[in-house]
Design a binder for this molecule. Structure first.
Ligand SMILES: Cc1ncc(C[n+]2csc(CCOP(=O)(O)OP(=O)(O)O)c2C)c(N)n1
Ligand SMILES: [Mg+2]
Length: 686
């Protein structure tokens, strides 16, 4: 048997046996893509199984993540730390072989895939990161960043709308080192795809500015390898290689059927498949000669050593750049980061003006982007509204030759115009973060966070540091009306595990939110900021002075902002008003009104409920003492707040309305009087 066939059949055998053993999984895709995998992994992929984190490795993304056994077989066979026992434990608790590939669990898995369409989009982000890092760090004679990003994807990924967003951008950015191989098997779960997927995929990708190769026979490893070779020489275009395949290839009765997609073949069919493949070995037995064919340990070590020599020369010629590259690649913030944050708060406060928190975010970003070159900003066509750009972040532009355009200072783009593509932006940012070297952030209106939502969830699941700037965070945006006014979004984002949500009230809170978002290397963050101006709170009436203790208070996610003494009452608080973001001012005004009625209240600013929830019980009690009523004020659904044991919520449980903001605040009861009355009523128990 030809070595290539032997190698592909090893994947097929491991796949059908692991899926059978788990009694669940997707045998069809790995069996169909086995020959494509041989072509790529044997002949082209530069990777080092002994060091899955080698900075200049090629990235491989299995966008059709249901075919997870393909990547597990590949990693096992090529020499990663993924013993056969893990394949036998496919899909079992605490195995390294989860149902769908998960980054951080399996060495060699670059991103978590399964939600179709996002893998290819992550790959676009990885290829973008490579291009930008190469522009930033490579020097004549010193090419330290130089790798490809390969993707396998199926019909499902191409049907998903996000593939349009991502692949359109890949064309615009001329990501010539992005090479996607399409598993064109004409089958998805419901059967032959023709009635619901009749696109001319080749023309579609040509229209994006891609090079399209094929259709070729995806079972002809030599043909696939030749196509990859052509793709690697593309100067300016990403490449799609259309590979015609048979789902479940090798299975006499299941191949070419939707049944092969997501069901074990069954003992009888596995027997028949073994016979038809000419694979006599028992389940999970791989002959030594097949391991020898697959092993990438030696070639990987060689590739890595060669790069190490390149890097050593770079270190000699450009020691500071090299040190910076290593810092950036490792995701470490600069050692002076704490000082940078204090400086940012001071700078923002020195402006001493009443600004919208979106503007406060830009003020913070102006300082941060000047000092942290890893910050890579952007917006989904709302730059002037989101205020995610700064003087340090020129727009990304790519010239006809495919090079990143530099400004007079020699600097390439650091602000990305994602166009109107919120989901694409979010998943591309995930890819950028996964690649390393950058901390991506991007903006859109909070209402459209729903468009991005699954990618935000994936960032949280993957523990990636990605920052979403969501502006126009409430009815406070006014006349654009209910389509644009977030009501349920803050609450619903807070439900996503491992996502930090911040809704800051002023410049200090906004800057601290940014600082914590950047410090949390294992967690994405969403910053919910206002369109409308929020009053500047001069020092020292609040605890948010630009000193360590003020910042520390905010960093707890919630803190005591004003005690009764601040409004002239020398008594203990009878009630606590909890407010977030733009409503903090309202709470302070209500506190003053209540003082006139002789009622003593404490105002708690709670910019980040998710952060507050992680504090010690003692701290939480100190902020929200037992025994006195709590009243929450937030321009959003009330449902969320009941978990804090509140007596009442001033909130909005309908959609907004189209009118000037001031009119809406009155209409929905966001007035000092109504907040004061609500507190009063809670105290007297009506
Ligand atoms: C966003 C999303 N929607 C639905 C699914 C469920 N799903 C998994 S695979 C699949 C069909 C994919 O078809 P294709 O990519 O052609 O895979 P093949 O059957 O060829 O292996 C679907 C609908 C999913 N994983 N992600
Ligand atoms: Mg298919």
């Amino acid at each position: 048997m030809a070595p290539q066939t032997l190698m592909a059949n090893a994947i097929r055998a491991l796949t059908m046996d692991a899926v059978q053993q788990a009694n669940s999984g997707h045998p069809g895709a790995p069996m169909g893509m086995a020959d494509m995998a041989v072509a790529l992994w044997k002949n082209h992929l530069r990777h080092s199984p002994a060091n899955p984190h080698w900075a200049n490795r090629d990235r491989f993304v299995l966008s059709n993540g249901h075919g997870s056994m393909l990547i597990y077989a590949l990693l096992h066979l090529s020499g990663y730390d993924l013993p056969m026992q893990e394949l036998k434990n496919f899909r079992q608790l605490r195995s390294k072989t989860a149902g769908h590939p998960e980054v951080g669990i399996t060495p060699g898995v670059e991103t978590t895939t399964g939600p179709l369409g996002q893998g290819i989009t992550n790959a676009v982000g990885m290829a973008l990161a490579e291009k930008l890092l190469a522009t930033e760090f490579n020097r004549p004679g010193h090419t330290v960043v130089d790798h490809h990003t390969y993707v396998f994807l199926g019909d499902g990924c191409l049907m998903e709308g996000i593939s349009h967003e991502a692949c359109s951008l890949a064309g615009a950015w001329k990501l010539n080192k992005l090479i996607a191989l399409y598993d064109d098997n004409g089958i998805s779960i419901d059967g032959q795809v023709a009635p619901w997927f009749g696109d001319d995929t080749a023309q579609r990708f040509k229209a994006y500015g891609w090079q399209v190769l094929g259709p070729i026979d995806g079972h002809d490893a030599a043909a696939v390898s030749a196509a990859i070779d052509t793709a690697r020489h593309s100067a300016t275009q990403p490449t799609l290689i259309i590979c015609k395949t048979h789902i479940g290839k090798g299975s006499p009765n299941r191949a070419n059927t939707a049944k092969a997609h997501g069901e074990p073949l069954g003992a009888e069919e596995i027997k028949l498949t073994r016979e038809s493949l000419g694979w006599p070995h028992a389940p999970f037995v791989i002959p030594a000669e097949v391991y020898d064919l697959w092993s990438a340990k030696a070639s990987g070590q060689q590739a890595e050593s060669a790069w190490n020599r390149v890097f050593a020369a770079y270190q000699k010629a450009h020691p500071e750049l090299a040190a910076e590259f290593l810092r950036r690649a490792s995701g470490q913030l600069p050692t002076q980061f704490d000082q940078i944050v204090v400086d940012a708060v001071v700078a923002a406060h020195q402006k001493a003006e009443t600004v919208a928190s979106r503007k406060a975010s830009q003020l913070a970003l102006t300082e941060l982007t000047a000092r942290l070159p890893e910050l890579l900003g952007g917006s989904a066509d709302l730059t002037g509204s989101n205020l995610t750009n700064t003087p340090s972040t020129p727009n990304l532009r790519v010239n006809l030759a495919g090079d990143v355009v530099r400004n007079e200072a020699g600097q390439g783009g650091r602000h990305i115009n994602y166009g109107v593509r919120e989901f694409g932006m979010a998943a591309i940012m995930n890819g950028v973060a996964l690649h390393g070297g950058y901390i991506p952030y991007g903006g859109t209106f909070l209402t459209f966070s729903d468009y991005s939502r699954n990618a935000i969830r994936m960032a949280a699941l993957m523990k990636q540091r990605v920052v979403h700037v969501f502006t126009h965070d409430s009815i406070g945006l006014g006349e654009d009306g209910p389509t644009h006014q977030s009501v349920e979004h803050a609450a619903s984002l807070r439900l996503i595990p491992n996502l930090d949500v911040w809704r800051p009230a002023d410049t200090a809170e906004t800057t601290v939110a940014w600082a914590i978002a950047l410090r949390n290397a294992q967690r994405p963050a969403a910053l919910l900021v206002s369109r409308q101006n929020l009053p500047y709170r001069p020092e020292p009436t609040s605890d948010v002075a630009p000193n360590a203790s003020g910042l520390d208070a905010i960093a707890h996610g919630a803190y005591i902002l004003a005690e009764p003494k601040e409004v002239g009452l020398q008594r203990k608080a009878q009630a606590v008003i909890i407010a977030t973001g733009s409503e903090v001012t309202l709470a302070l005004q209500a506190q003053a009104l209540l003082a006139q009625r002789g009622i003593a209240t404490r105002v708690v600013s709670m910019p980040s409920t998710t952060t507050f929830d992680r504090q010690s019980v003692a701290y939480k009690r100190s902020v929200l003492p037992d025994g006195i009523p709590r009243i929450a004020v937030e321009m959003g659904v009330t449902d969320f707040w009941w978990k804090y044991g509140v007596a009442a919520v001033v909130g909005i449980d309908t959609y907004g309305e189209s009118a000037p903001a001031g009119v809406l605040f009155k209409h929905f009861g966001f007035t000092p009087e109504n907040v004061a009355d609500t507190v009063h009523q809670a105290l007297i128990g009506v």
